[in-house]
Design a protein around this ligand. Structure first.
Ligand code: NAI
Length: 697
């Protein structure tokens, strides 16, 4: 019997089976809540029914709340009304889980008296990912079931816990054997009836909370142990407070506290930023001018040219995804070194338990090293990652053009160079594009997909699909110097250098950006990458602090010294030598150094980036402002709780930014000249978010 368009009701051997069928993920929308509510009411009054099974059709159990309802007036029945109906039902309710029971989905399952799941299922409360905590009792019920430490770990990590583990933790009562979950759930419900098992209400369990009450240091320890990981984020801290409330308050008071904390987060800027980040990533997958059903080219074999810092990491992405790679170098020595690094990386991740020893062997078996470009003849995609010099890249592409098979995609990992100029050295510019990975390439999630003037649409579509295959977030960008990310980074670096000349020290700039939420500031980043990237000893003219440091042999962390002194790994100490060098250099330049406030450092570093972002948007280099945010979030460690560069700019206020840029332009010159788009948006009261770009018509 259909209860409504998304919920079905049937009675089978004395058990009512309520089935939710609301594709794609059975989110807890108003019709789903209403249907299940009616189903439970019906089952409760039906004398032929002794127990109730709640199950979902399609690919998953309820995968969470319907987040499109956030911020809208609540529609009854509320999830909490449905939960209380189920928890207080006079007949046992069994939640039957397949796929994922996440967020509101798991919170629904937690009011059932028993839970059964297929072994492939997983459970989680991932709300912190969008800057929230569980808001429907999850923080109060989960610790009662799995214990306080496990609940803290699960909620603050947003981890999806596999069914076997969830079973061991007590979150699931039974793992269903065999392929038919429905039959297993009905059989289990009948057993519950036959054995007269109690209506176990999670809200009434206390043993695991008692254990936590006996360990008063538990919360302080948890906070201290995760301080680095949670830095700047409100949601994990609020989650800890909510679980503390579960331990210290009666259930209903705990629920009220959870609700209060949830609301506070929901109304704050962090959750708005994190929800923006979440949707921005999804939006990036929709590329203007590339239909979703565009046929793509098959990528079964990949070539990588250059086995340096980037080439090795790039190759690993494909090996890990099971795609064979041919790695080409110019010398045996460079090739062996590159392959050695790949092997060590895999071995290290096996040692950490992130993968098995068998994975190392499997991945390495997919890798072929070569010294001949001709060995790339049967590759479907070739990614070039050689030195960042146009002449070298053009030479490589011209030779590649002669050996690559027809239809092969030819990509460059260039950081800044003109993709069209690279494509012009081939006879097939339609097959050429930029695939810009970020260091470390096997870890950073961003892939800038640079569309050249002639790049074919199916090549872009293939690159987007490929990004998903290797678990990257692909963002299509236009061709310009530095594309989206590095072009904006250059604006920040220019200011960071000027601030250091005018009066700040590198560690002042780094501290301000670290406190803003970046993992590290620009000078630490340079020390880490190597100050001599792009530096040429023969051409060095002592005309920047960076050149001077390189000339002194201070080339960054790898040489034990750069802007900082690096006595031990991860320990960068402000350097008296660097400070002296800066003071002398500024004096020679005739700069009267002054004290620079933190606020000025932040504005000078970030506002020019917003300005550059506005130009990028206006020129159509990025299709939308959220794509720029995604680039910064996934490629450069922009703090997620600040939503990305352009989202943050809106919060900061475009009129304020425009005013400061104008003032800075007066003092420092035209590099601060506001972008026309910024001027226009402020004049019209518009936002980056609504700006549709030049191609929108
Ligand atoms: P790298 O210097 O570590 O590696 C370059 C490798 O290419 C060397 O092993 C060299 O032997 C090899 N090579 C040079 N010419 C070759 C040729 N004709 N055939 C085959 N191999 C050749 O440089 P890195 O850092 O890996 O950079 C490579 C490219 O990636 C550059 O275009 C760079 O701008 C870009 N990139 C670098 C990033 C970084 O953080 N290092 C980030 C993103 C892009």
């Amino acid at each position: 019997m259909k209860i409504n368009s998304v919920v079905d009701y049937a009675v089978e051997a004395g058990v009512a089976v309520i089935t939710v069928d609301s594709p794609p993920v059975n989110a807890l929308s108003a019709p789903v809540r209403a249907g299940v509510y009616r189903g439970v009411e019906t089952a409760t009054t039906d004398a032929a029914v002794g127990a109730i099974v709640l199950i979902c059709a399609g690919r998953t159990f309820c995968a969470g709340a319907d987040i499109t309802e956030f911020g809208k007036p609540p529609v009854s029945p509320l999830l909490q009304d449905l939960q209380s109906l189920i928890e207080n039902a006079p007949k046992p309710v069994v939640a039957a889980i397949h796929g994922t029971a996440l967020g509101g989905g798991l919170e629904l399952a937690l009011v059932a008296h028993y839970r059964i799941a297929v072994p492939a299922a997983s459970c989680g409360l991932p709300e912190v990912n969008i800057g929230l905590i569980p808001g429907a009792g999850g923080s109060q019920r989960l610790p009662r079931v799995v214990g306080v430490e496990a609940a803290l770990e699960m909620i603050t990590s947003a981890r999806h816990v596999p069914a076997a583990q969830a079973h061991a933790m007590g979150l699931l009562d039974v793992l269903a054997q065999g392929p038919d979950l429905r039959a297993a759930a009905v059989a289990f419900a009948r057993r519950v009836m036959a054995e007269g098992r109690p209506l176990r209400k999670v809200r009434e369990l206390d043993a695991k909370l008692q254990a936590a009450r006996a360990a008063p240091g538990l919360f302080a320890e948890f906070r201290a142990g995760h301080a680095r990981q949670f830095r700047g984020f409100l949601a994990p801290e609020y989650a800890i407070r909510a679980v503390e409330a579960a331990v210290n308050l009666p259930f209903d008071a705990g629920i009220a506290e959870e609700k209060r904390l949830f609301r506070e987060l929901l109304e704050g800027s962090q959750s708005a930023a994190q929800r923006h980040a979440f949707f921005a990533e999804r939006r990036a997958a929709k590329v203007p001018g590339v239909p979703a059903d565009m046929p793509t080219r098959t990528i079964a074999r990949v070539g990588v040219i250059g086995a340096g810092t980037m080439g090795g990491g790039i190759a690993m992405n494909f090996l890990s995804a099971g795609i064979p790679v041919v790695l080409v170098e110019t010398s045996r020595e460079a090739l062996d070194r590159g392959i050695g690094v790949i092997r060590r990386n895999y071995e290290n991740s096996a040692k950490r338990g992130a993968s098995g020893a068998a994975d190392v062997a499997r991945n390495m078996a997919l890798l072929t090293g070569s010294l001949a470009l001709g060995d790339l003849a049967d590759c479907d995609l070739v990614i070039e990652a050689v030195f960042e010099q146009m002449a070298i890249k053009q030479d490589v592409f011209a030779r590649l053009d002669r050996v690559a098979k027809p239809g092969a995609i030819l990509a460059s990992n260039t950081s800044y160079l003109d993709i069209d100029a690279i494509a012009a050295s081939t006879s097939r510019p339609g097959d050429v594009l930029g695939l810009h990975f970020f260091s470390p390439a096997n870890i950073m999630r961003l892939l800038e997909i640079v569309r050249g003037r002639d790049t074919a649409v199916d090549v872009i579509a293939t690159a987007m699909k490929l990004a998903r295959t290797i678990a990257k977030v692909g963002v299509v960008v236009g061709n310009c110097h530095g594309f989206v990310g590095n072009r904006m980074l250059a604006a920040r670096n220019r200011e960071a250098d000027r601030l250091v000349l005018e009066g700040a020290l590198p560690w002042d700039v780094d501290r301000v950006l670290y406190e803003f939420g970046f993992p590290m500031g620009p000078f630490r980043m340079r020390d880490l990458a190597g100050l001599d990237i792009g530096w040429d000893a023969a051409k060095s003219s002592s005309s920047t602090v960076r050149e001077l440091l390189c000339e002194m042999g201070r080339r960054g962390q790898k040489t034990g010294a750069g802007y900082y002194d690096h006595h031990a790994a991860r320990n960068a100490a402000p350097s008296a030598v660097t400070e002296r060098l800066i003071l002398d250099f500024a004096a020679r330049q005739g700069v009267a150094r002054r004290a620079i406030a933190d606020e000025e450092i932040l504005e000078r570093c970030l506002y020019p980036m917003v300005n550059e972002g506005a130009k990028i948007l206006e020129e159509g280099i990025a299709a939308r402002s959220s794509d720029i945010d995604t680039v910064w979030l996934c490629g450069y460690g922009w703090p997620r709780y600040r939503g990305g560069q352009m989202f943050w700019a809106e919060l900061e206020g475009l009129p304020k930014i425009l005013g400061r840029l104008r003032a800075l332009q007066q003092v420092h010159g035209d590099e601060f000249r506001p972008a026309p788009l910024l001027e226009r948006l402020v004049a019209q009261g518009g936002s980056f978010h609504d700006f549709a770009g030049p191609d929108a018509g």
